[in-house]
Design a protein. Structure first.
Length: 188
């Protein structure tokens, strides 16, 4: 990808952290959301979750450091920077919730983390028709740097509020409800 070539010279370790951490998080994501896997092999779910968290940490910190030196527009750089902050934040809060034994809260935050992880896929899906229509990479980044993750979060929230959505137990309403602390039904 020519538009990222300057990172290889300017920030090679950060580039490699992002290139290796991001796809690893994407590869582990299905194991995290697959209800059958989680129920049958909870220890493996926890271990793959730890690796997922480490992959997000590496790729997210790399993204935070790469966004300001990108040759994209200020608007696109800001979109990528905010994405990295939210990705690290949602993942960190989700892991913290799991460590505290708040499984509903953990699930709620990790669903958002996964939506942000898949922004990389959405970005490329969005870029293809824009580039086919003659847009430059720079112009597509102005749209996709924000649109890729905002769209994913909007779809996630829509699915959370739509009754009877179910895909292998992943989108069942009970899995998407906002977390509630025991004994407090008004807490969201």
């Amino acid at each position: 990808m020519q538009h990222m070539a300057h990172f290889a010279v300017q920030a090679p370790w950060r580039l490699w952290g992002h290139i290796l951490g991001g796809p690893l998080a994407l590869a582990l994501a299905p194991l995290q959301i697959w209800t059958g896997f989680r129920a049958r092999w909870p220890a493996l779910h926890r271990w793959s979750g730890r690796v997922y968290g480490l992959a997000v940490l590496v790729a997210g910190l790399a993204a935070l450091s790469l966004a300001p030196i990108s040759d994209a527009s200020l608007f696109a750089r800001l979109g990528f920077f905010v994405l990295a902050l939210l990705w690290l934040g949602t993942t960190g809060i989700g892991i913290w919730a799991a460590l505290q034994g708040h499984h509903a809260r953990h699930r709620w935050w990790m669903q958002r983390s996964l939506a942000l992880t898949f922004a990389a896929v959405t970005l490329r899906v969005m870029m293809a028709p824009l580039m086919a229509a003659g847009w430059t990479v720079a112009h597509t980044y102005d749209v996709t740097a924000w649109g890729s993750w905002v769209l994913n979060l909007v779809v996630l929230e829509w699915a959370a509020r739509t009754p009877k959505t179910a895909v292998g137990g992943v989108l069942s309403r009970s899995n998407w409800d906002a977390p509630r602390e025991p004994g407090n039904q008004n807490n969201s």
